[in-house]
Design a protein around this ligand. Structure first.
Ligand code: GLY
Ligand code: MN
Ligand code: MN
Length: 430
């Protein structure tokens, strides 16, 4: 983690905090798959953003005093037990220098020290639910504060959710962050291409998932979210992650899978024919989704809102579905009654960053350079839909790219992954 980047983030956080306030951040706990079997550790995104550290059992306090930023870390050096079972971690002196903390204290001392640091501050920024012990301690202090039994001590009378600050900071990505997302995207692109090349009837969805994960792991990355490998009608289940079905000739397969790089996610979906050749109906639906996605991407530039982008995809998809007689109402009525939602029931995209569905509001926000978003319209014609001709049933298509808002418009981060039918067919047949 670059020190300048960390300093920039801390400064940005502090500059948004009111006078005489303090923020307390907690690391994520270890997470268990079963009894004592750990999942790979994933730091809380805000904590990672502000400290750069990816370890459990940490608390970070940050505040400004005499024009100087104080960033206090509570962390223990490796215990004898850990040395035997987990190995040695870097020591606190090194952590202090490498990550530019003003002070580092033993974790066990945190309660007393926290009280010292936050006494007589007006506001406290904190997120509950991460560290139960800290939550109870803070709660206790709030209850005690009314009792006025401590001389020269007052507990902050304003407790504010930390994410009200961090979500706005995290919305605009620095060059450093954009590079990490781009590197994640590169690996994801490689994985998607490999899946297209490997796919053939008779394989199972989990085999394609395995090819994808192999490429992530081989590049020292992890999946940013559970891969969706949905063939045939499975593609119409938006959060299908079982990935257990046989890939059948003439079916499509939708793959929504992407790598995470040092905490930063990419997020990509492609849909392609299992046997390398789109049928006529699949091609017709594919071209509507692609057109809507391309039009939405063309539309993206600073000053535009999510709502406007969504209107572009909705409009293109509605027109296309009306042309194919899948929607029989007039265009105006389809829009007014939202009947397109029978086939396109999710939003066009989301913020992308340390969280796949990254923090940030969606209403009344104008796009600005440095924001990273996904653009992912889809059409899903579930076999359970009784109002459509048989020939359409089981077609589920989504196309998802990652897009950086730039000064003059946008840059498609995932541009190197083909999406025209022709390019996809030729990749599938390699
Ligand atoms: N992969 C999650 C999403 O596309 O939103
Ligand atoms: Mn997405
Ligand atoms: Mn996705």
């Amino acid at each position: 983690m670059e020190l300048n980047e960390l300093k920039r983030r801390r400064l940005a956080l502090i500059s948004r905090m009111p006078r005489n306030s303090v923020a307390i951040l907690s690391s994520a706990n270890k997470n268990y798959r079963t009894k004592d079997v750990e999942n790979p550790y994933r730091q809380n995104s805000d904590f990672l953003y502000i400290t750069g550290l990816s370890e459990p059992n940490l608390i970070n306090l940050i505040f400004k005093e005499n024009e100087k930023i104080n960033s206090i870390l509570f962390r223990d050096n490796t215990s004898e037990y850990e040395m035997v079972w987990d190995g040695t971690r870097i020591d606190n002196d090194t952590v202090q220098k490498m990550y530019d903390f003003t002070e580092v204290h033993r974790y066990n001392d945190c309660k007393d020290k926290i009280l010292d640091f936050i006494k007589n501050k007006d506001s406290l920024f904190i997120e509950s639910g991460l560290n139960n012990e800290l939550d109870s301690f803070i709660q206790e202090q709030i209850s005690n504060s009314g009792k006025n039994n401590r001389k020269n001590f007052s507990f902050p009378n304003q407790i504010i959710a930390l994410h009200s600050l961090t979500q706005n900071l995290r919305l605009i990505k620095s060059k450093y962050e954009i590079k990490l997302i781009k590197d994640a995207a590169k690996v994801s692109i490689k994985a998607h291409k490999e899946a297209m090349k490997k796919s053939k009837p008779g394989m199972y969805e989990y085999e394609l998932d395995a090819e994808i994960k192999y490429i992530f792991n081989k590049n020292n990355m992890h999946y940013a979210y559970m891969s969706i490998v949905g063939s045939g009608n499975n593609a119409c289940t938006l959060h299908y992650v079982k990935n257990e079905s046989l890939l059948k000739d003439k079916d499509l397969v939708l793959i929504d899978a992407a790598a995470e790089n040092q905490g930063y996610a990419s997020d990509i979906t492609r849909t392609f024919p299992v046997n390398g050749k789109f049928t006529k109906e699949q091609a017709e639906i594919y071209d509507i989704v692609l057109r809507s996605q391309e039009k939405a991407i063309e539309f993206i530039k600073p000053g535009v809102t999510w709502d406007e982008v969504h209107k572009v995809t909705v409009s293109e998809i509605s027109k296309g579905l009306i042309e194919l007689n899948l929607l029989t109402d007039k265009y105006e009525d389809v829009i007014k009654n939202e009947s397109y939602k029978d086939f396109f029931m999710h939003k066009t995209g989301h913020w992308l960053g340390l969280d796949v569905h990254d923090v940030g509001e969606y209403e009344n926000i104008l796009f600005k350079p440095g924001m990273v978003i996904t653009v992912e319209p889809g059409i899903y014609i579930n076999y359970l839909n009784n109002n459509v001709d048989e020939k359409w049933k089981g077609i589920g298509i989504r196309i998802e790219d990652d897009v950086l808002v730039t000064e003059n418009g946008s840059e498609v981060i995932t541009l190197d992954l083909p999406k025209s039918r022709h390019e996809i067919e030729s990749l599938c047949n390699q």
